[in-house]
Unconditional design. Structure first.
Length: 163
């Protein structure tokens, strides 16, 4: 579940992002209400989309700052810091994008060009974390023994592969 860790002065609290749209600002209708004077009544919003979380500035007077840069619209990822005046909102998502990438990479990938084949594999580090490693081989280079198909004992001769 995604959430915002909100710090305004000495006050800090968390807000769970369980709505499709989370309005942020000073207005009574905002789900995340700020006391920061530099915040507009309807300052910005966070949208849950099929592609992930999206931060949108709502034409606020003082702007929405994401990781030090003023934005009008930007995707969010875990650890991103949103600044509205002196208020700081840190975005955290348990379903982090890096986990989604690992899920895709768990499936064997092979990219080819005219000369090289690149193979991507997920390996565990000594610390137990998953890491992406790749190796580049020349086209038509012999494959590693553990990646080859098992030898068959068929005596029937097969036609050469078509390309």
């Amino acid at each position: 579940m995604a959430k915002l860790v909100i710090r305004e002065g000495d006050y800090s609290h968390e807000h769970t992002l369980d709505e499709v749209e989370t309005l942020i600002g000073r207005s009574q209708k905002c789900l995340v209400r700020l006391t920061e004077p530099a915040a507009s009544r309807n300052h910005c919003t966070i949208l849950r989309t099929p592609e992930g979380w999206l931060l949108m500035d709502l034409q606020s007077s003082n702007g929405t700052i994401l990781n030090g840069a003023r934005i009008t619209e930007s995707p969010l990822k875990t650890g991103d810091t949103i600044r509205i005046g002196n208020a700081e909102l840190v975005f955290k998502d348990d379903a982090d994008d890096s986990k989604k990438v690992v899920d895709v990479r768990e499936k064997f990938k092979e990219l080819e060009n005219d000369k090289n084949v690149v193979r991507y594999d997920i390996v565990k580090t000594p610390g137990g974390e998953e890491e992406l490693q790749f190796r580049r081989t020349e086209r038509n280079a012999p494959r590693r023994k553990d990646l080859q198909e098992p030898e068959t004992k068929d005596t029937e001769e097969l036609p050469p592969p078509q390309q």
